[in-house]
Design a protein. Structure first.
Length: 304
C-alpha cells in the first residue's frame, strides 16, 4: 500500500497543476527561501541549513535540503546572498542555485527592501527508482536531465517588532520536463508562485515574547494554502510554538539558541487529512549561524 500511495501522489504531481515549491514548516526562520528581499535583514552574515523529511513511511516521499547565506554590506543599503536546494520526490530530483541581491531603504522605524534572485534549476528523472512489483514492459519513460534559468522577486519590510513581505517565484515559467509513456508526451512547466507573509512580536514581560505570524501561498489551479503560527520566546534563548496549515496539518516547532552565533531548530508535522493513516508525520531540522563580520553591535534581542 505504501508503494502504491507514493506512486499515486507522484503521478498526480506530474499531470496536474499543483504547488511545485518545497514546503517548509519553519518558514519564519527560513525567509530567504521564500522572499529574496529578506537578504541582509539580520545585518550579519547568516547561514541557514535545513533538512526536511516529509511523509515518513511513504516510499518516494519528498526529501528537501537547503542551504542559504546572506548578509548586508557595511552601509546596510545592499543585501547579498546565495541559496541552493535539493528537492527529491520519487524518481525526480530538482536542484537549484540562486544568487540574491536586495536594495534596502530606511522607511519610518524600519527597512523596506526590494530583492531579486536569479540562477538556474536542474531537473533529473531517474525512473530506475520506481519499483514495479508486476513488471509492465510498456512502462518505459525517457530519462530527462534539464537545466533552466529562473528568477524570483520580492518586497520585504521589517522593524524591531514587525515584518511583512510579498514575493513571486519562478517568474519565467519555463518548461522543465518532457516525459513519454505509451507514446503519449507530457510537458511540464514551472508555475509562478505567490507568497505573502507577516508577523509581529509582543513582549509579555521581561523574559517572554509572544510572536504570531502567517504565511499564505498561492499558485494557479491550486487551492490557497495558509500557515498560521503562534510562538513564545523565553529569555531570548528558547522559541516554542505551533502552526496550523489549511491542508489540515498541525505543526509543533522549536528553536534553541546555543550561543550568540548558533541556533538549532526542529519541527514536526501531524496530518489530519487522508494521508494520516499512511505516514508518520514530517520532520524538519535546521541549523542557523550568525557571524558578525564587521564587528558591529548585533541587534539583541532579534525577533526575526
Amino acid at each position: 500500500m505504501k508503494k502504491i500511495t507514493g506512486l499515486v501522489f507522484l503521478l498526480i504531481s506530474f499531470s496536474a497543476f499543483a504547488q511545485q515549491d518545497p514546503l517548509f514548516s519553519q518558514y519564519m526562520f527560513n525567509k530567504l527561501a521564500l522572499n529574496p528581499a529578506y537578504a541582509g535583514s539580520r545585518e550579519v552574515l547568516t547561514i541557514d541549513l535545513l533538512d526536511r523529511y516529509q511523509w515518513v513511511g511513504i516510499d518516494g516521499a519528498p526529501r528537501t535540503f537547503t542551504v542559504g547565506a546572506h548578509m548586508a554590506t557595511r552601509n546596510n543599503k545592499i543585501g547579498l546572498g546565495l541559496y541552493a536546494y535539493r528537492d527529491a520526490l520519487g524518481p525526480t530530483i530538482n536542484q537549484g542555485l540562486m544568487a540574491t541581491y536586495a536594495y534596502r531603504l530606511l522607511l519610518g522605524r524600519g527597512t523596506l527592501s526590494f530583492g531579486l534572485q536569479a540562477g538556474f534549476k536542474y531537473f533529473d528523472y531517474d525512473w530506475t527508482l520506481v519499483n514495479v512489483e508486476d513488471p509492465d514492459y510498456t512502462f518505459q519513460p525517457q530519462d530527462i536531465q534539464r537545466f533552466t534559468p529562473d528568477a524570483n522577486f520580492g518586497v520585504y519590510y521589517q522593524t524591531n517588532r514587525f515584518f511583512a513581505g510579498l514575493s513571486s517565484k519562478q517568474l519565467f515559467q519555463n518548461e522543465y520536463g518532457v516525459t513519454t509513456v505509451d507514446d503519449k508526451t507530457t510537458y511540464t512547466k514551472l508555475l509562478r508562485h505567490f507568497y505573502g507573509m507577516a508577523g509581529a512580536a509582543f513582549p509579555i514581560d521581561d523574559k517572554i515574547v509572544f510572536r504570531p505570524s502567517v504565511l499564505a501561498k498561492f499558485v494557479k489551479n491550486a487551492p490557497l494554502q495558509v500557515d498560521i503560527n503562534a510562538s513564545l520566546l523565553f529569555g531570548d534563548i528558547f522559541w516554542i510554538g505551533t502552526s496550523y496549515r489549511t491542508e489540515k496539518a498541525i505543526v509543533f516547532l522549536t528553536e534553541f539558541r546555543i550561543s550568540e552565533k548558533f541556533r538549532v531548530g526542529y519541527s514536526y508535522d501531524i496530518y489530519l487529512n487522508e494521508l494520516q493513516p499512511h505516514n508518520k508525520g514530517s520532520h524538519e531540522i535546521r541549523l542557523g549561524i550568525d557571524l558578525d563580520l564587521y564587528h558591529s553591535r548585533m541587534m539583541t534581542p532579534r525577533y526575526f
